[in-house]
Write a protein that binds this ligand. Structure first.
Ligand SMILES: *Cc1c(COP(=O)(O)O)cnc(C)c1O
Length: 387
């Protein structure tokens, strides 16, 4: 008998949605304002207040946010942007779509974040920007990354898809670089279904992001249907269609109010996993640096076949048969054929990311999990190792 039956399969990353979100979406539908409107404006305001960034622009995904941030930096074809090989493909695709060349700098095997020393080694005369990812919710070393950026006059765009609650020495992730980009995808710590946010310190920078995100039309084009009289819009550059809908913001406004409550719940789950797995032959997440907040977005274990007696992929198959949904964050970027073919990357270039990408397993960590769910995950991990 599996730990959980097929009907009771524990879905990885299932979001916790409450009545307030449902009511707010219904209210938007009753009013009939579905697209970008007052709820998006409110969500931007609430979010910028939460992370302590003066300005914010909502968009329809973090992928779009990254793309807009890079385009707004005015990078040119051939410019190189350094990022981590242990990330979602969107981080790299955004660089490519902005017309730039991605360059991978290996991770620190303990923090699993991009290694500032490896960034330094990858800098050429064409390097223009760094795109660090706060992996799993653990802050990158922003002192060292910003020091490298200052020394070489580089822009910084932070991929904060995992890092809504993350802080580094009292300051929120996303507020160190020129832009911080957040995700509200279904599995993320605050979700709107699909959604993203760009934050920045400069009003002009965010205004530019908003213009680029809505066809390149000059500011506040959505106001043109209001009762203030028709206004012609002006297209001032070739923009994109990346705006967030009020229907999405309606969910986000209420999710954001519970960000700390959900964080506390994920911390409890995290601590239970750490205790339960301490004596097992798994690699466990390293403690975060003092004075920083880990957003507890992903709880990842390492399945080293020599220590565990099982290959990672067999571990995934077995635990799924126990009725527990798991994830892999991530097979490293050079494992993906497109990038290998286009950029000639080999697995030997970023050995730490490749090894971790082949051993890592993400266990369920949603604030939705009950204590019984968590006990099931622990039991399934133990059975999977002993099978
Ligand atoms: C989820 C994710 C993204 C993309 O976010 P979307 O909102 O789905 O576009 C980008 N980078 C990382 C590291 C992610 O985990």
């Amino acid at each position: 008998m599996p730990v959980r039956s097929k009907e009771n399969f524990l879905i990885f990353g299932s979001p916790r949605i409450e009545q307030d979100e449902i009511d707010e979406v219904v209210a938007s539908m009753e009013v009939g304002w579905l697209g970008t409107g007052p709820k998006v404006a409110r969500f931007e305001k609430d979010f910028s207040a939460y992370v302590g960034a003066p300005y914010a622009a909502a968009c329809n995904s973090c992928t779009a946010a990254l793309h807009l941030a890079l385009v707004a930096l005015g990078l040119k074809p051939g410019d190189e942007v350094i990022t981590t090989p242990l990330t979602f493909c969107a981080s790299v695709n955004a660089i490519i779509h902005a017309g730039c060349t991605p360059v991978l700098a290996d991770i620190d095997p303990v923090t699993q974040n991009i290694d500032p020393e490896c960034i330094r080694e990858k800098i050429t005369e064409r390097t223009r920007a760094i795109l660090p990812v706060h992996f799993a919710g653990r802050s990158c070393d922003m002192d060292r990354i910003m020091a490298v950026a200052r020394e070489h006059d580089l822009k910084v765009v932070e991929d904060c898809a995992h890092a809504i609650e993350t802080t580094w020495k009292g300051r929120h992730a996303g507020t160190f670089g020129d832009f911080g980009c957040f995700s509200f995808y279904v599995t993320k710590n605050v979700c709107t279904g699909e959604g993203g946010m760009v934050v920045a310190a400069g009003e002009d920078a965010i205004r530019h992001v908003k213009v680029l995100g809505l066809h390149g039309m000059s500011a506040d084009a959505w106001k043109r249907f209001s009762d203030e009289g028709y206004k012609h819009y002006q297209v001032i550059e070739a923009g994109f269609k990346y705006n967030m809908m009020d229907l999405q913001a309606a969910i986000g406004i209420h999710q954001l109010k519970r960000v700390e409550q959900y964080f506390v719940r994920r911390c409890e789950i995290w601590d239970r996993y750490q205790d339960a797995f301490a004596a097992l032959p798994l690699g466990l997440p390293a403690p975060e640096e003092p004075g920083t907040c880990h957003a507890r977005h992903l709880y990842t274990i390492l399945v080293d076949p020599d220590a565990c007696g099982v290959e990672r992929d067999e571990f995934l198959a077995r635990i799924t048969r126990e009725g527990i949904g798991v994830g892999v964050h991530y097979l490293s970027i050079p494992e993906q054929p497109y990038y290998r073919e286009r950029f000639g990357w080999t697995l030997a270039d970023t050995p730490h990311a490749v090894r971790i990408g082949r051993q890592t397993v993400s266990l369920p960590l949603s604030a939705k999990l009950t204590d019984a769910d968590v006990a099931d995950v622990i039991e399934a991990v133990k059975r999977t190792l002993n099978a």
